[in-house]
Design a protein around this ligand. Structure first.
Ligand code: XMP
Length: 515
């Protein structure tokens, strides 16, 4: 399969480049900028993209590639810092400039160059709109390079070496604010690299099934199924490969949303036909959580009990040699990138970071995929849409949405309130456009009046955020009539709650969850 290699210099958009390339049906992988030349040869890409990055090429210790990269005869596209690096490596000059450009800019392009053919928003005056984000700029081109694009502030906004295959663009084609950006990337991939479009979910599934069969042989494999997208897709994919040799352990920790246990059992055991082992461990979890109110302590307790329960079940099975996890590509990249550049470090661990001492080999069939690709695999595998589009839900579940101590009564209140939030947001047709929406139960009581009675009951807050990866988020401007409906339903239907408030904090500085 033809592939594109992306070398990461720490841009916050590196992952976006990889996604765009894959959306164009060409497989791409991100590697740190200092990966060895031998590994690059082994990966055997059709083209290489050098990402942007926060450094200045003239700084001491700035991340660089060896000039030998360019003797491999593989086309290269440098984006922003990547272009400045090419300039410097070939003897040109880059400098900090008063003419910084952040945001929208117009560039005049050579529309006959293979990189810029057929751009959607190319207009009569010969320009396209692009999105810039740079302090430095190319001041002098290296020998044999010539400009194929210029902006008011950057005489060398896009460059190329002679008639060769080394390109640089100062702007960011990977962001949506560059309307022709996808086409520029497509031109690079198709016209310059001549990479064939062979990456699609159907072929991914076929390959994975083959690989899983080969790896697992006639042994058994266990997987912790949570009902979330990742573990669900991993389970069904593996089931396609090895059928009854897959054992899914579904632990009810007593902290799940309303109706979740029934739904997971009905979909995965009754409809899809997985070998599902259901463990009702509610009692164990709640008992262990008694008296715990510190969020990190709650997380720790839940993690430990989960491993214990999971292990206990797994040990009852015979011939188990493998443990499957729904690890995704973003988690894999975080662990190889230099200085943790392109994605902020997550402190959470997903359910399933499991039994070391059981000595099981890991199977991670989704480790090459982005979340939206996982959903598409799920669709091909005919997993119901409501599972695939369900909002992310933290491993410690409702425990981190009940502030302070947890008990059956508070769980009941939160579950009911949360179900109302979800139901009303779905009815309003907003569920799929929102990253996460949920209720949080606060440990304070306020005075209210219901009928002629004075009440003294709990407060529920509603949280709804837009986000693309959970790393940053902004609160959703829910329509007032919808908030009104949610509020009056919660206060009327959930006994013990007499006040509803709305959380209007973005991340950062707040987090999405309250704990
Ligand atoms: P925060 O609250 O850090 O959450 O803004 C970012 C994303 O991660 C989810 N989250 C967790 N997921 N275990 C998980 O598996 C956890 O302990 C955990 N805490 C938060 C959160 O729901 C959001 O999607």
């Amino acid at each position: 399969m033809d592939k594109i290699l992306i070398l990461d210099f720490g841009s916050q958009y590196t992952m976006l480049i990889a996604r765009r390339v894959r959306e164009l049906s060409v497989y791409s992988e991100i590697h740190p900028y200092n990966v060895s030349l031998d590994s690059i040869k082994e990966f055997d890409p059709q083209g290489i993209i050098l990402s942007g990055g926060p450094s200045s090429v003239y700084d001491e210790g700035a991340p660089k590639v060896s000039a030998d990269l360019f003797s491999l005869n593989i086309p290269v596209l440098g984006i922003c810092y990547g272009m400045q690096l090419i300039t410097e490596l070939f003897g040109g000059k880059v400098a900090g400039s008063a003419a910084r450009e952040y945001g929208y800019a117009e560039i005049e392009i050579d529309s006959k160059d293979p990189l810029f053919i057929d751009l959607d928003d190319f207009d009569r005056d010969g320009t396209i709109s692009v999105w810039m984000s740079h302090g430095d700029r190319v001041e002098m081109l290296p020998d044999k390079f010539y400009p194929i694009g210029k902006s008011e502030n950057s005489p060398f906004a896009a460059i190329r070496n002679g008639p060769g295959d080394i390109y640089g663009v100062q702007f960011h084609p990977e962001v949506v604010h560059t309307p022709s950006g996808v086409k520029v990337l497509e031109n690079f991939i198709s016209n310059v690299c001549e990479a064939a479009k062979q990456w699609n979910m159907g072929s991914f599934i076929e390959q994975s099934i083959r690989k899983i069969k080969e790896t697992v042989g006639d042994h058994g494999l266990v997987l912790g199924l949570s009902g979330g997208v990742d573990s669900s897709v991993a389970a069904v994919l593996i089931h396609r490969a090895i059928g009854e040799q897959l054992y899914c352990i579904f632990v009810n920790n007593g902290l799940l949303r309303k109706g979740e246990v029934e739904e997971v059992i009905s979909v995965f055991r009754d409809t899809i036909g997985l070998n599902l082992i259901y463990v009702d461990a509610e009692e164990k979890f709640l008992e262990a959580l008694t008296g715990a109110s510190d969020p990190e302590r709650k997380r720790k307790i839940i993690g430990e009990i989960f491993i214990r329960v999971f292990e206990e079940e797994a040990r009852k099975l015979e011939n188990i040699k493998f443990l499957a996890q729904g690890t995704l590509y973003p988690d894999v990249i975080e662990s190889v990138s230099f200085k943790g550049p392109s994605a902020t470090i997550k402190s959470h661990h997903n359910v399933g970071g499991l039994p070391d001492e059981m000595d099981l080999a890991l199977v991670e069939p989704l480790r090459e995929l982005f979340k939206d690709e996982v959903r598409n695999v799920g669709r091909e595998l005919e997993i119901p849409e409501n599972i695939l589009t369900r909002h992310p839900f933290p491993g410690p579940g409702l425990a981190v949405r009940i502030i302070g101590e947890i008990n059956r009564d508070s769980l009941f209140k939160l579950r009911e309130a949360d179900a109302i939030v979800e139901e009303e947001i779905r009815k309003a047709g907003l569920y799929e456009s929102i990253w996460q929406a949920f209720a949080v139960l606060l440990p304070i009581k306020t005075v209210g009046v219901m009928g002629d009675e004075r009440t003294y009951e709990n407060v529920v807050t509603i949280r709804a955020v837009h986000s693309s990866d959970g790393m940053t988020a902004d609160w959703v401007e829910l329509p007032y009539p919808l908030m009104k409906k949610i509020s009056s339903r919660i206060i009327n239907e959930v006994k013990g709650v007499n006040r509803v408030v709305y959380d209007i904090s973005s991340k950062p500085p707040s987090t999405i969850e309250w704990e």
